[in-house]
Design a protein around this ligand. Structure first.
Ligand code: UDP
Length: 499
């Protein structure tokens, strides 16, 4: 029996309508029978077949009026974007906030710019009034009933209540949502409840897969309940978006997802923000000696990230590269267990003077870090994408990475960096030595490294995702005309799975 059977109070008037997670009837199957569906009062007329034109929000803000952008077709959509356990405005680099938050923010922003109306729902952090993030994009907090954000393993019981709050919110709108796009399995569960009650298509993005995390040697230990729900969602949702072709294979291998159900759509990078800065300027700005050889790490301190392996690799390289410095960006602050453990490790290995912990750095302040570094290291055991790879390349900095996520698609040996066999310190050390050992005159310039990410702009990602939405809606409701949305396909042939 699932944890959800303990039951919880809901924000809904009718407790019988609460879908309990882990029920033998899944949230989806529990509502397959129409008579079983809690009547979505006020929504039925809203969901008239074929009607997908968006009316302006009933939101007292002129900038919420939908833009009409002919490039993206005549039928803007209303999208419920679910990011329940992690806010897109959360602290990047901390344990629960990383690439997924960037993804939700940027995707929504560019869907909004294309004229679609996006409501991002979260229950993370303190409750706040609805916020306008970008034109056509609102952030809505559903956590009024939550005393404080629970730890990750405390979310499951709360999901029915979160769903009832979402449903109540949708009912108060002029009209409901055309589709649901959920992120991470916890939001996936809420999305499945909405899929069932609203009878709208549901796309999900897992961001990482619990079963794959557990299969690595990193020491991650994701609970069975997560894996069971991911497996179930892999069957129950209308579409799974993955960011790299390998992820599609892993979904088939671990959760038996059929390739026709998954779509590979890469993530993007903000190329206006992440652009090369002259190394000397960046180093002066950050107080880094011109002669130092700088290896940069940017990200969370989760075991999966292999930061400890990187510290060990730097220690092994110090005799050969005495000016080697490791700059670590991210983490949960100096007093967190992971930070203290990494510092203790550096001290034990005698390289405390070579390792600098910068703490979390906000996106706008990150470009000088990438530009000041000789290379970015991504020593992860597993990544579903790895945004930091694109950010470093966009800044003209080569990357040493394990062959995970986006890395194999954008790393060209000796040009944009090097791929190492795995998260073993010796492999990582060899990769770093390959880059640092290159004579300066032979190193590719920043512009040719940056060229590797020219196809990875967020507007393009949003256009391809919107195309997927439209195709799914057309399948769901054949009277829905598919808008001519994107220029079509993805030009990088490494992404073979795209149309
Ligand atoms: N990040 C940041 N500040 C930090 C640490 C990380 O802004 O101090 C950002 C980083 O720039 C990237 C994201 O967090 O955009 C991490 O995404 P990635 O896909 O690399 O890893 P994930 O967090 O998804 O595992």
């Amino acid at each position: 029996m699932g944890a959800g059977e303990k039951g919880r109070a809901s924000l809904c008037d009718d407790p019988n309508s609460v879908v309990r997670v882990g029920d033998r009837r899944s949230p989806l199957s529990g509502h397959r029978n129409h008579q079983d569906v809690h009547s979505p009062q006020g929504l039925t007329d809203i969901y008239a077949p074929g009607e997908h034109k968006v009316r302006p929000y009933s939101f007292n803000d002129d900038s919420m009026m939908l833009l009409t952008n002919p490039t993206y077709g005549p039928a803007p959509l209303r999208i419920a974007m679910l990011s329940v356990h992690s806010s897109p405005l959360g602290p990047l680099g901390a344990s629960d906030t990383g690439g997924m938050s960037v993804y939700v923010r940027e995707l929504s922003r560019w869907l909004g710019a294309a004229g679609h109306a996006v409501d991002i729902f979260t229950s993370a952090g303190p409750h706040h009034p609805d916020r306008l993030l970008y034109p056509n994009v609102r952030l809505i907090h559903l956590g009024k009933g939550l005393a404080k954000t629970p730890p990750k393993d405390g979310w499951l019981d709360l999901l029915p209540m979160v769903f009832e709050a979402l449903d109540a919110y949708a009912r108060r709108q002029t009209r409901g949502y055309d589709l649901i796009h959920s992120h991470y399995w916890l939001s996936g569960v809420v999305g499945a409840m909405a899929q069932a009650r609203w009878r709208r298509p549901h796309l999900t993005m897992f961001h990482t897969l619990g079963a794959v995390k557990n299969s690595t040697q990193s020491g991650e230990n994701e609970p069975d309940i997560r894996i069971a729900h991911e497996q179930w969602l892999a069957m129950a949702t209308d579409r799974i978006i993955v960011a790299a072709p390998r992820e599609q294979e892993l979904l088939a291998q671990w959760y038996h997802a059929h390739s026709s159900q998954t779509r590979v759509i890469p993530c993007g990078v903000n190329r206006d923000l992440f652009r090369p800065v002259a190394s000397e300027t960046a180093r002066r700005h950050l107080g880094i000696a011109p002669e130092a050889q700088v290896v940069l790490y940017v990200g969370r301190f989760a075991p999966l990230k292999g930061v400890d392996r990187l510290v060990a690799a730097v220690s092994a390289l110090r005799p050969r590269f005495p000016k080697l410095q490791l700059l670590i960006v991210g983490g949960d602050g100096p007093r967190s267990g992971s930070s203290r453990a990494l510092k203790a490790m550096a001290a034990r290995l005698g390289i405390a003077d070579a390792v600098t912990f910068k703490g979390r750095i906000e996106h706008p302040d990150l470009p000088p870090y990438y530009s000041a570094a000789d290379l970015l290291a991504m020593p992860s055991y597993y990544e579903s994408f790895g945004l930091v790879v694109l950010e470093a390349l966009a800044c003209g900095t080569p990357v040493v990475a394990t062959p995970v996520g986006v890395a194999p698609a954008v790393i060209r040996e000796g040009v944009t960096g090097t791929l190492v066999a795995g998260a073993d310190p010796r492999d990582i050390a060899q990769g770093i030595a390959r880059i640092l050992g290159q004579p300066a005159a032979l190193r590719p310039d920043a512009a040719s490294i940056r060229a590797a990410v020219q196809d990875y702009g967020w507007p393009r990602v949003a256009a391809v995702v919107a195309e997927e939405y439209a195709q799914l809606l057309a399948m769901h409701d054949p009277t829905h005309a598919t808008p001519a949305i994107s220029p079509g396909g993805w030009p990088n042939e490494n992404w073979r799975c795209l149309p």
